[in-house]
Design a protein around this ligand. Structure first.
Ligand code: HEM
Length: 669
């Protein structure tokens, strides 16, 4: 559930934006988009322009004249209505703009439509009609935050720009006479609603999305504090406009605007830029085919390769040996220090010992009771909802951040009981922690510092939730609830800190493994039309779909290598391995070992599932195996039930595969 008054974040805390808002900065519809993105903590890049000069830019992005035009990997939302409905479709239950229940949604959508019809054009028409003659007042307002050359164009050609604006907005006598009436009608509608519900806001004690939509749309005529772009000072308004503004501010609806801004307008997001590159040079060079060739070469070489304090192990039996001989090949020196930096010890960073034995049992106790039938139904519903919404808006879907990422986050929040203030917060924090824990070099201080701050945030959410459940005696049958119900050897409930450490490890391990894995599988299966046709015949067979997914992952592994370190000299397949040697267990290569995977270059859905090492092996196999066995094949099957017409290039954000745009053939009506 969303919380207001969230802490202010640094620019480097945000994930790079996946949305570009092409805007006329001062526009109330753009203010609305900024406010909603910021409220839900969704990072965006704003490409701000002056009114009218925005048109070539919105056209170039295949939008129309109306701002904002919001561009994301697979969709372009043109104007206020598409932005509202598009954003609503991207949000999880509990955060959706129009509510969750069908009746509530219908009511909110109808109310918002009434407001849009009366306000979208009229507020701008009336405001510009009064302000355009006052160059001194209007210029700083429209020039705020726009490129220097646009400012120069308007400064030089102000009379022409003013005339064109007047023509675009229609300043005819009839239109100007009608504008205040329509605006007052909108106020009256909102005031009648407020009367009917008898609360301070339309949303009750706190503003909801309808309060925000109304407030943003009329802000240029009510002048609240906190508008995300420059507005004229009240004293600078011409008398007729000032009188109208004062009359609106004095109404119950005007008070609602001021209160909504005060209660719910977040601090503006720092300026962010969507990364211009899809992939780094290394990601370009080391594509799936090259990685696969490397895996095949390593297993063909056979014996372990040892160079000073580094060893590479590729044959299936050797990789298994490394993962099973966990006292000779230890995990604690690999993962332990990172876990200590962010939240304290976790099973994946512990070697065999009393703490490992105790906490592993506690973790599995909580995880093994996940109801997989319930999970399957939820994943299906969530996947289908996202696909249906995407297909209602067009024929493209981003399988990464637009599909697998939200489903993985929703699954994790539901299973583990930690939701974060918003879904985007949960995703951001978990990604920062995963990046630091498994994918960063020790010298990447920005990654480390970001992870430290993310860990603090996550700790706060968890401590609050644990306290709330214990204080109010709330029993929920999720992983957190089961951990809190566990007892230690003395019969006392396990302490909140242990529950929290286990939960951090699970959360971090769950989302940013699943999210980049689904696009990998889809890319492998859908890039070859003949293979795709074979796979699509099996979409209703969960066992075969699991086989196809595990095969696809063998071809483009999500975790191709896992590492261990030797505490003392040892031997492996007849080779001496020195003490303090970092051993790379090349699990992807092992899955090209002909002894275990005959005809390894071919994809087949019928291989024994226990031979795969996509999810590790030995003492630390993935604790999410059962979840993966449901979630990954379900996400892939629900997508492949649709006919794929084209598949784009994978796009990386840092080390994460984040975007893969798939075009779906829509059935003819
Ligand atoms: C595509 C999805 C996933 C992939 C590719 C994946 C991969 C892996 C791998 C390779 C390991 C072993 C690491 C090593 O030996 O060094 C592992 C361990 C682990 N995974 Fe996953 N994982 C996935 C999803 C999940 C999920 C959904 C959860 C939580 C429900 C999870 C929780 C864990 C935990 C707790 C461990 C450590 C287990 C232990 O140390 O005993 N993983 N995972």
């Amino acid at each position: 559930m969303m919380r207001e008054a969230q802490p202010v974040l640094l620019a480097e805390d945000f994930d790079p934006p996946r949305y570009v808002i092409v805007s006329a900065r001062v526009s109330p519809m753009v203010e609305l988009a900024r406010w909603l993105f910021e409220r839900h903590r969704i990072p965006y890049e704003e490409e701000g322009h002056a009114p009218l000069l925005h048109v070539p830019f919105t056209w170039w992005r295949r939008g129309g004249v109306e701002v904002p035009v919001v561009v994301s990997a697979a969709q372009t939302w043109k104007g206020a209505r598409e932005t509202l409905h598009g954003l609503d479709s991207r949000l999880p239950g509990g955060e959706r703009l129009f509510g969750d229940e069908p009746a509530e949604r219908e009511r909110s959508i109808a109310l918002v439509e009434q407001l849009l019809q009366r306000l979208l054009l009229q507020v701008r028409r009336l405001a510009y009609f009064h302000l355009l003659p006052l160059r001194r007042v209007v210029f700083p307002v429209v020039a705020d935050g726009i490129p220097w050359w646009e400012r120069a164009v308007i400064a030089i050609a102000f009379p022409i720009w003013r005339r064109l604006m007047g023509r675009a907005l229609d300043f005819s006598d009839a239109a100007i006479a009608d504008a205040p009436l329509k605006i007052e009608e909108a106020f009256a509608i909102v005031e009648a609603e407020l009367m009917a519900c008898g609360t301070r806001f339309l949303g009750g004690d706190a503003p909801n999305a309808v309060d925000i939509i109304f407030s943003a749309l009329v802000a240029p005529l009510t002048l609240p504090d906190g508008y995300g772009s420059k507005l004229p000072a009240r004293e600078a308004l011409p008398p007729a406009l000032r009188q109208f503004v004062d009359s609106l501010r004095a109404r119950r609806g005007g008070q609602l605007v001021l209160d909504t801004y005060a209660a719910a307008r977040p601090a503006p997001q720092p300026r962010l830029q969507r990364p211009r590159r899809d992939r780094t040079l290394a990601q370009r060079l080391l594509g799936p085919a090259v990685l696969r060739a490397g895996a095949r070469a390593a297993v063909a070489w056979g014996a372990p390769i040892v160079v000073r304090q580094f060893a590479l192990v590729a044959r299936w039996t050797d990789v298994r040996y490394v993962l099973e001989q966990d006292l000779a090949f230890r995990i604690e020196p690999i993962n332990g220090p990172n876990f200590h930096t962010i939240s304290g010890a976790f099973v994946l960073g512990l070697d065999r010992g009393p703490q490992f034995a105790r906490e592993r049992r506690q973790m599995y106790d909580a995880v093994s009771r996940i109801d997989v039938a319930d999970l399957r139904a939820r994943v299906r519903d969530e996947a289908d909802r996202i696909l249906t919404d995407a297909l209602a808006a067009g024929d493209r879907i981003d399988v990464g951040h637009g599909y697998a990422h939200p489903v993985a986050a929703r699954t994790a929040a539901y299973l583990f009981g930690i939701h974060g203030p918003t879904e985007a917060d949960l995703m951001r924090v978990c990604r920062a922690l995963f990046h630091f824990s498994f994918l960063a070099n020790a010298n990447e201080t920005r990654v480390t510092e970001r992870a430290r701050r993310a860990a603090e945030e996550l700790r706060g959410w968890m401590v609050d939730e644990i306290e709330r459940r214990r204080r109010d005696r709330i029993a929920i049958d999720d992983v957190l609830g089961r951990l809190l119900a566990l007892q230690d050897e003395t019969g006392a409930p396990i302490d909140g800190e242990t529950a929290r450490r286990i939960l951090v490890g699970l959360l971090v391990g769950a989302i940013d493994t699943t999210a980049p894995t689904v696009p990998r599988i889809v890319y492998v299966l859908a890039s070859d039309p003949a293979l795709l046709a074979r796979v699509r015949r099996d979409v209703d067979d969960p066992r075969k779909m699991t086989g196809w997914c595990w095969e696809a992952l063998r071809m483009w592994s999500a975790a191709p290598v896992v590492f261990r370190r030797t505490p003392a000299p040892t031997t492996l397949a007849g080779r001496a391995i020195p003490a303090d040697c970092k051993v790379a267990a090349f699990t992807q290569a092992a899955m090209f070992d002909r002894g275990i995977f005959p005809r390894p270059r071919q994809l087949s859905s019928g291989r024994p599932l226990q031979h795969y090492m996509n999810f590790g092996a030995g003492l630390h196999p993935c604790a999410g195996r059962d979840v993966n066995g449901v979630q990954l094949p379900e996400l892939v099957s629900r997508l492949l039930k649709h006919d794929i017409a084209a598949i784009g290039k994978p796009r990386f954000v840092g080390p994460f595969l984040d975007e893969l745009v798939v075009t779906i053939k829509r059935p003819r009506p």
